[in-house]
Ligand binder design. Structure first.
Ligand SMILES: *Cc1c(COP(=O)(O)O)cnc(C)c1O
Length: 364
């Protein structure tokens, strides 16, 4: 039926097949202009339409209120780690950071270059197997902002609810690996950002959703390309944006809408993740590494109880057409990333494969 295999890569990850097919066409000739999407001016009519539709569909999907800006920036999520403190960590202020995983830790470390940072909570000593409870979070009154990473891509944990910093403290969220995997209430956030290559599109582009009153507090004495105010004022077109990235994200938004929106996506993602979690919970051959209460819907981390079997498992799984299952070196074992576009059949087939592997290697 297809020459494509099951891609469990943590990122860049699997994209919706209808999006890729449409992109193949539009790469050659978009909107019957006789010019492909890569070749259109970022100030021309065709691209005006692409970016306007991408923003409108994004707003519709997530119910983004009018007082928020939608920006398409470059440099991936990692540049946001610097831009957030450069713009918002004002002199004499402290920013609260949750240390719940590798990307969260990197964001915290970057912010320290620009000002005072409080590690409001951490699960680092337990190798990030859980999300610290609300009662264990030490917030700063009057903090410049509170930053957390909603889904910890490497460790397979995910916040069930938004943190609740003291009133008036803006909440800033790295949602790179679970953006648009489920509905959420934008109004709880001052800002969300997401590198696209996990759930939205190609690498190198980042979606930023930012509330206007928070934006207005941004510093202006930063490099022009790193100024949120500049990008908001110029509608993400201060310079030449990643036009193809914006196009592809827009196509992904259209696919999400045709799928039924974020609620339908969340139901599918829950069903999908449960196929694997139920099996992990029912066997003593494999074990999930994240605390069950904090498990991610997007990144499922697990190990063989007999760790010596893991290389064999990954090798045989790859040969059987399940790609990208090797876990990050800081967790070891395996990780199945099952982003929005990942089909449920792939998870069912993986579990069948795991059961066979279990049978064949029980006595090892
Ligand atoms: C992948 C990832 C990043 C880094 O994204 P880049 O685009 O490579 O900078 C940051 N945060 C999270 C949660 C991620 O999953």
């Amino acid at each position: 039926m297809t020459d494509r295999i099951f891609n469990f890569s943590a990122g860049p990850g699997v994209l919706p097949e209808p999006v890729l097919k449409q992109a193949q066409k539009d790469l050659w000739n978009i909107f019957d202009t006789g010019i492909g999407i890569l070749e259109h001016s970022h100030r021309g009519k065709a691209f005006d339409r692409v970016i306007a539709e991408a923003e409108a569909d994004c707003r519709e999907l997530a119910g983004i209120p009018k007082n928020y800006h939608v920006l398409f920036l470059q440099g991936g999520a990692s540049l946001q780690f610097a831009m957030v403190p450069m713009n918002f960590l004002h002199a004499g202020k402290t920013a609260d950071y949750f240390n719940t995983g590798e990307w969260a830790r990197r964001a915290l470390k970057e912010a320290k270059k620009f000002g005072a940072v409080n590690e409001a909570c951490t699960s680092e000593p337990q190798n990030y197997t859980f999300i610290p409870a609300e009662k264990d979070r030490k917030y700063t009154q009057g903090a410049a902002y509170c930053h957390y990473c909603w889904n910890n891509t490497i460790f397979g944990t995910e916040f069930r609810a938004e943190p609740t910093p003291p009133a008036g403290v803006p909440l800033v969220c790295d949602s790179s690996s679970n953006m648009f995997s489920k509905p959420f209430d934008v109004s709880k956030f001052a800002m969300l950002y997401a590198g696209a290559q996990k759930n939205l599109g190609p690498s190198g582009i980042v979606l930023v959703i930012i509330r206007d009153d928070f934006l207005q507090t941004a510093r202006e004495d930063v490099a022009t390309m790193l100024s949120y105010k500049v990008h908001a004022k110029d509608g993400s077109r201060y310079n030449t944006p990643n036009t193809f990235g914006i196009y592809l994200m827009g196509q992904t938004f259209k696919w999400l809408k045709s799928f039924g929106g974020l609620k339908a996506m969340a139901e599918y993602n829950t069903q999908k993740a449960n196929v694997l979690y139920h099996y992990l919970d029912s066997t003593d051959f494999f074990r999930g590494t994240a605390e069950p209460a904090d498990r991610s819907l997007m990144n499922i981390t697990f190990r063989c109880r007999n760790e010596a079997l893991e290389d064999k498992f990954i090798k045989e799984a790859t040969a059987a057409g399940f790609d990208g299952l090797k876990g990050h070196r800081s967790v070891g074992g395996m990780r199945a990333s099952v982003y929005n576009a990942f089909p449920i059949e792939g998870v069912r087939k993986l579990v069948e494969f795991m059961k066979k592997f279990e049978q064949a290697n029980r006595s090892a």
